[in-house]
Design a protein around this ligand. Structure first.
Ligand code: ADE
Length: 235
């Protein structure tokens, strides 16, 4: 899979893209990530990429031309068609289901907005899918773009050391009715730490009993901590 990221702050991506699962997925060739500086496409003699908003108000707005030219130029560097995405608090809220479907794409192009926003006309012209990582406002789309790359990278077959571990995570787990479940608690050695012991069933060697206990834990946790995940929006 290939991911192109368009940003005014390319340096922000250096460490996250080199580290851990994403770094490994890239060096093993499962994932190709290219970060592009939108400023490279400005035609302004002072390298301007933003200007004051028409109608007044605080902050600056990202101009159409540099972003538009950047998207078209970057898309031309590969024959694979890119699925265009814009990280923005106005977008559809990201879920594990959305991440799973994005992980099937062969190429994504992520636009990280900054300043007060992006001129609406270039959004209309490019027609990206708009995604938000939650109902709070960050100073730009860079961290959300990294969140998205991380969530996708760990789903690519072979990216995690242990196959099947992504399928066992919170939200990827589903109950019999198809609704998401939170993860079960985990324990490792020692068996007794500071007077706190590991549940006996996990030491029993009875795989059926362990599986039943874990499912019960997942259901209890989901009911207690995230009752909204069990709510039927149609009912
Ligand atoms: N840019 C600023 N805030 C954001 C958010 N919550 N999600 C995605 N992009 C953003």
């Amino acid at each position: 899979m290939r991911i192109d990221i368009l940003t005014l702050f390319p340096d922000m991506f250096d460490a996250p893209l080199q580290t851990s699962i994403i770094g490994r997925a890239r060096s093993s060739g499962l994932l190709e990530v290219h970060v592009h500086d939108i400023r490279d496409w400005t035609l302004d003699k002072h390298n301007k990429v933003d200007d004051r908003p028409f109608g007044g108000g605080p902050g600056m707005v990202m101009m159409c031309q540099p972003l538009h030219d950047a998207v078209l130029a970057v898309e031309e560097t590969d024959t694979r068609r890119a699925h265009r995405m814009l990280l923005s608090p106005q977008g559809r809220r990201l879920t594990q289901d959305i991440v799973e479907s994005l992980a099937q794409q062969e190429r994504l192009l992520l636009i990280a907005g900054h300043y007060e926003g992006i001129d609406e006309r270039v959004i209309d012209a490019l027609g990206p899918e708009e995604v938000s990582i939650g109902d709070y406002v960050l100073s730009g789309g860079e961290l959300p773009a990294m969140v998205l790359v991380d969530a996708i990278a760990r789903l690519l077959p072979g990216a995690l050391g242990h196959e099947g571990s992504a399928a066992e995570d919170s939200f990827s787990l589903k109950d019999d009715d198809g609704k998401p479940l939170l993860d079960t608690p985990h324990y490792t050695r020692p068996r007794d730490w500071d007077g706190r012991t590991v549940p006996d069933v996990l030491l029993s060697g009875d795989h059926g009993a362990i599986a039943r206990w874990r499912l019960e834990q997942q259901r209890d946790r989901t009911r207690q901590r995230r009752p909204d995940l069990r709510d039927d929006p149609t009912g």
